[in-house]
Design a protein around this ligand. Structure first.
Ligand SMILES: Nc1ncnc2c1ncn2[C@@H]1O[C@H](COP(=O)(O)OP(=O)(O)OP(=O)(O)O)[C@@H](O)[C@H]1O
Ligand SMILES: [Mg+2]
Length: 404
């Protein structure tokens, strides 16, 4: 697939821009802070409804503006779809498909698939388990957009159940208060296990299918290093489920649901004591292994980068295997890589349907990619600085259009 047109309105440093994009490789060039990453961040947001840099929407809205708009025309196997998203300060975000409003923004998920590789990806290896859970869940959702609903249901039930655990735990500890009504907790256990079982089944399927791609990608980047492997990590699942070689079964979701219910029952006392939910996919992790050692804490700086890159390349290959190339977004990454890793990434970038690259200087991009340059500059002062795309003569390539 590819993005034929991108429009931004009050997104970060972009005030109003309509940008035509072509297939093949395009590189956005410009000095630090000119707004290059903001462009790929906007596309990543359309694909995942999240930013790779911040966890809330507020910083994405241009300073002084009330809302931000991101729109893209996505071409997939000859079929064109237009998606538009409005990020609102203080009220719910809204989305449109082909200019018709949809009930929830998450209905646009799956229309644009991206794989974004950015300097922040080092956190995939070195950061908290939440970084790796997000990696898994975003990839699961790219493959199966329906999962966005399951994730949001799971998160909602988790919040409500956790609140209940806190009050019930407090009541159980105080002798004088009314005894806690634990039957409500049983109901929440049922919901949590149902959504959790479905999420777990998709994560395990993903790890199983991603594993060979990851091994292969890491070998191509760092052939002299130890073998890379991934393994799902969960304290509440029997070990056979955690083996990446285990083939997923059609009844995994209900089986995992009943395992979760059993574990929730067993953990009830401890949960009430601590007032937190101790069982479920929100506690799990993706273990990254180099040889037999965990990458986190053991891998060198170069090995950690290689692992992060291999995870992204594996994600790209997995999505591509389903029939269409995701859009590859490479944010300032070539400069960080040594010769071999640049070559491995360039080899994938050379064959992808559309690759959007950001770099401060042209020398950072491998010349064999023959990327079409687009220059990003800013005008204005301090907080009022606004990004523009200019051609080499300095004229605006993408003139500001009238308000739609
Ligand atoms: N909400 C916002 N409103 C206005 N400007 C913003 C907002 N968020 C970020 N910016 C501005 O955007 C600029 C950063 O843009 P971006 O990260 O895309 O730069 P870049 O071109 O990728 O730079 P580098 O080469 O350093 O990575 C900063 O100048 C920042 O002040
Ligand atoms: Mg940048």
């Amino acid at each position: 697939m590819h993005v034929r047109a991108l429009s931004l309105r009050d997104f970060r440093s972009w005030e109003q821009t309509e940008l035509e994009l072509s297939t093949g490789r395009t590189v956005f060039l410009g000095s630090n802070g000119n707004g290059k990453t903001n462009l790929v961040e906007a596309l990543g947001y359309l694909a995942t409804l999240g930013s790779h840099r911040v966890s809330t929407d507020a910083p994405l809205i241009r300073l002084g503006a009330q809302r931000s708009r991101i729109g893209a025309t996505v071409v997939n196997s000859g079929r064109e779809l237009r998606i538009d998203l409005e990020l609102n300060q203080g009220s719910a975000n809204r989305a449109q498909i082909n200019r018709s409003p949809v009930r929830r923004p998450r209905e646009i998920l799956g229309i644009l698939q991206t794989v974004l590789f950015a300097p922040e990806d080092l956190a995939l290896v070195r950061g908290d388990p939440s970084e790796r859970r997000r990696f898994l869940d975003e990839l699961c959702t790219a493959r199966l957009p329906r999962l966005a609903g399951v994730r949001s249901d799971y998160d909602r039930v988790l919040r409500q159940r956790s609140a209940l655990l806190k009050t019930a735990g407090r009541q159980a500890r105080s002798r004088s208060g009314t005894p806690a009504d634990l039957s409500t907790l049983d109901v929440w256990d049922g919901h949590l296990a149902a959504h959790g079982g479905e999420l777990l089944a998709q994560r395990l399927r993903l790890v199983h299918e991603l594993h060979p791609h990851l091994e292969q990608a890491y070998r191509s980047i760092a052939p002299e290093s130890r073998t890379a492997a991934i393994r799902y990590r969960s304290a509440s699942l029997p070990p056979e489920f955690l083996d990446a070689d285990r083939a997923p079964q059609p009844d995994d979701a209900p089986v995992l649901e009943s395992i979760m219910l059993r574990e929730l029952t067993a953990a009830r006392g401890k949960e009430l004591e601590r007032g937190v939910c101790l069982v479920g996919p929100h506690r799990d992790d993706l273990e990254l292994l180099l040889g037999s050692a965990p990458a986190k804490g053991f891998a060198s700086h170069g090995e950690s980068w290689s692992f992060a890159l291999a995870l992204r390349l594996a994600a790209f290959e997995l999505l591509r295997g389903a029939g269409t190339d995701p859009v590859l977004l490479l944010d300032d990454v070539f400069a960080e890589l040594d010769r071999r890793r640049r070559a491995a990434l360039a080899a994938v970038a050379a064959t992808a349907e559309q690759v959007l690259i950001t770099a401060a200087v042209p020398e950072d991009v491998p010349p064999e990619l023959e990327a079409t340059p687009l220059r990003v500059e800013t005008t204005g002062e301090a907080d009022e600085r606004i990004s523009h795309i200019v051609d080499q003569s300095g004229a605006a390539l993408a003139p500001l259009s009238e308000d739609p």
